[in-house]
Each structure stands twice: as C-alpha cells, then as structure tokens.
Design a protein around this ligand. Structure first.
Ligand SMILES: [Zn+2]
Length: 106
C-alpha cells in the first residue's frame, strides 16, 4: 500500500467514525438534518475518489452506484423533530409517518 491509498483509507475511516458518532450520540435534530446528507455525499465522493486512484474507469462505474446509495440512504432515514431519534424505514417503501421512539409525527 503506498502513501496515497493510505491517506484515502485514513480519511474514509475518520469520516465514518465522525459520522456514526455524530448521528448516534447527538440528540440535536437540526445538526443531524444537515450533517447526514453532507456526510453521505462526502462518503460517496471518497469512494469515487478512491476508485479513481485505481483507474478512471472504476470511478465511472462507482459514481452512479454511490449516487444511488446516497439517495437511498437519504430516503431511508428520517430524524424526529421532537426527540431527535433516528428513524429508519425497514423496507424501502415503508410509510415512515411516526417516530419509533416517542410516537410523534415525522
Ligand atoms: Zn421521536
């Protein structure tokens, strides 16, 4: 592994730890609402960037896949305005209308 791959990997792991930590520990819905899409897009760009260090073709394959993944994650997760809980759809077309934790409307 050369230095460039190591840097990509370190940045990815750091981002993952920060993202998970912020989303799991924070009760501030406002923070989660802007942090969640930002981190998803950053993760997507990181994966595409990492693929690009291998070959430009790999990046072209990963770019639409990551865009789809980011869109899916944004669609699957809703944050409760009342208690700050992170609510996830169990199935992609589940109706996510109420908070699992406090029952407030989402
Ligand atoms: Zn709630």
């Amino acid at each position: 592994m050369d230095g460039e791959y190591g840097a990509w990997l370190a940045a990815g792991l750091l981002l993952l730890v920060v993202a998970q930590g912020a989303l799991l520990l924070s009760r501030r819905t406002g923070l989660k609402k802007w942090l969640h899409p930002l981190l998803l897009v950053a993760m997507g760009l990181l994966v595409v960037g990492f693929a690009h260090t291998h070959s430009p073709t790999a990046a072209l394959i990963f770019a639409p896949l990551m865009a789809l993944w980011v869109g899916m994650r944004l669609w699957m997760v809703r944050f409760c305005q009342t208690c700050g809980a992170t609510n996830r759809r169990r199935l992609p077309f589940d109706d996510l209308t109420h908070c699992d934790k406090c029952g407030a409307a989402l």
